[in-house]
Design a protein around this ligand. Sequence first.
Ligand code: RP5
Length: 174
Amino acid sequence: MNAATDAGATVPGSPRVAIVVGSRSDLPTMEAATQTLDELGIGHELRVISAHRAPDLLDRYIADAEGRGITAFIAAAGLAAHLPGVIASKTTRPVIGVPLKGGVSDGLDALLSIVQMPKGVPVATVGVGNATNAALLAAQILAQADPELRARVAEHRSRGAQAAADDPTNADGV
Ligand code: RP5
């Protein structure tokens, strides 16, 4: 490892976003995040590491990911969803939490676990199962220091706005 990676600088061509999920059962929901990051041309990597079942591995992974220049973490979990908060406790890179369905009231347990972080250790929480918004928020964070990505994010937003405006009920052209 060289000085640049020691400092957490982005290595050209290396993944910039880490998606971490607590279980393989979470992977189908998170496909929307990988797809959105792909659409925006953002390198990413995916790991299945439970905060409860593999805490030591999670520790090692976060340190290694920081060293390789991972700039933002997307962490998804269901039930007693501690994964995003634990990652946030180990890094000052932004952490975006995705509560997943299942458990009490189909995800209310995970939503509260992730959104109710104590002062000092923030996790940016998206809606239950909303992997797309997690990817878009990661993209917007990275785009602040990357004008080309900022343009791609703006174009992606415009396409969404156009698709909404193209609803047949708006055919009168107003
Ligand atoms: C959480 O428990 C995982 O993130 C998953 O959403 C949930 C259930 O995990 P499995 O029992 O399917 O492995 O830790």
